[in-house]
Design a protein around this ligand. Structure first.
Ligand SMILES: *Cc1c(COP(=O)(O)O)cnc(C)c1O
Length: 372
């Protein structure tokens, strides 16, 4: 059996360090906004090559708090990719603004910068590029577009910890960036967690208040804040795992290279094009296949677990069935939802497993050819 992702493997690899982190926090007896959170925020800001990091409760809160801190709300529009996890859209809806969807480039699966103009209106305030599957979005034309129209750029980097675009880390490419530390992400904790990175000191200050009841100091509440804080225990675990992130990402790149070499030219299989200048971190290894469901079933019969990210795009979800979003037709998004398949990927996957998966993928079509 080859699992899609072995989440428990990171604990087995780092057990002594993680257990020590647990004991350190327990012995200290300080669990909220303590020194582990501060230390992690400093370390993660340095890692992303930015000035500030603000730990929050999860990736969705990171996105909605940034929009709130930018005073984006009712009457405003925010450009989002059609092809993304629904959290990108929900954050916009949560602050009362309207998501305006743009179809992806069919080769990179990421937001197509050529379509930004068609989504622009006098109400547009921001754009949220998503570094989907760990592949940085094409930032250069997007940043130029945002600059020309006075829009804020909020990166959704929930799947791309450590990726780079033109030698700069994601997290520092726009005005602010949002991360998730959900256990399955490239940098994940053992529960929920998230963070915002930015070089804007004023924005960072607002975010520190907003995440903590709008409070600059105890029992003074200047803003209508929320309670969404990364906790000390998770921060202590994240510090241990952050030290391993580059090695793990390198490992993912090696495995992705194996996959891409072996699957290139296999009939029916398309692999995503990596945008020029970007160094992805392969959160997911997503291929396309016209008979995706048959391929997934075939893999399952071979003992291989594959997943679909995502079977239902946000605009087809019940949550947006009554409207609440804008945008033209999204034919590429719809087609991707029918054709994408995520193969097993993770730093603890073996080359033998990757070869076995590639053998199985290749066998689907040789079987079909024999049958024809
Ligand atoms: C995981 C994810 C989020 C949300 O993160 P949570 O921590 O689960 O709230 C947002 N955007 C994308 C692209 C994600 O993959």
């Amino acid at each position: 059996m080859i699992p899609f992702l072995d989440v428990g493997a990171t604990y087995r690899e780092l057990q002594p360090e993680l257990d020590a982190a647990y004991r350190r926090v327990m012995d200290r007896g300080w669990f909220i906004l303590g020194q582990e959170v501060t230390a992690f925020e400093e370390e993660f800001a340095a890692y992303c090559e930015v000035e500030h990091c603000i730990g929050v409760g999860n990736g969705l809160d990171a996105l909605s708090l940034v929009l709130r801190a930018m005073d984006i709300g009712p009457g405003d529009e925010v450009i989002v990719p059609g092809n993304t996890f629904i959290a990108t859209w929900l954050a916009v809806t949560q602050v009362g603004a309207t998501p305006v969807a743009v179809d992806p480039d069919a080769a990179t699966y990421n937001l197509d910068p050529d379509l930004l103009q068609s989504a622009l209106s006098s109400r547009t305030r921001a754009v949220i590029p998503v570094h989907l599957y760990g592949q940085p979005a094409e930032m250069k034309p997007l940043l130029a577009f945002a600059e020309a129209h006075g829009l804020a750029v909020v990166e959704d980097a929930a799947q791309a910890h450590g990726a780079t675009c033109n030698s700069r880390r994601v997290g520092g490419l726009g005005h602010a960036a949002c991360f998730s530390f959900y256990p399955g992400k490239n940098l994940g904790c053992f529960g929920d967690g998230g963070a915002i990175t930015t070089c804007d000191a004023e924005l960072a200050d607002r975010l520190r208040q907003l995440r903590n009841y709008g409070s600059p100091r105890k029992y003074q509440h200047d803003l209508l804040g929320v309670n969404s804080r990364l906790d000390d225990l998770q921060a202590a675990f994240l510090r241990v795992k952050l030290a391993r992130l580059d090695d793990w990402n390198d490992r993912r790149r090696d495995l992705a290279k194996c996959y891409c070499e072996r699957l290139a030219g296999v009939p029916g299989v398309a692999i995503p094009r990596v945008a020029t200048g970007s160094e992805p971190v392969w959160h997911l290894l997503v291929i396309r296949h016209p008979r995706r469901d048959a391929l997934r079933l075939h893999l399952r019969n071979c003992g291989i677990e594959a997943m679909v990210h995502y079977p239902t795009p946000p605009h087809r979800c019940g949550a947006y069935a009554q409207g609440g979003w804008k945008g033209a037709e999204l034919p590429v998004t719809d087609q991707l939802a029918r054709e994408v398949l995520s193969l097993p990927m993770g730093p603890h996957l073996s080359e033998e497993a990757v070869n076995a998966v590639c053998d199985a993928v290749t066998a689907l079509d040789s079987r079909a050819r024999r049958a024809a």
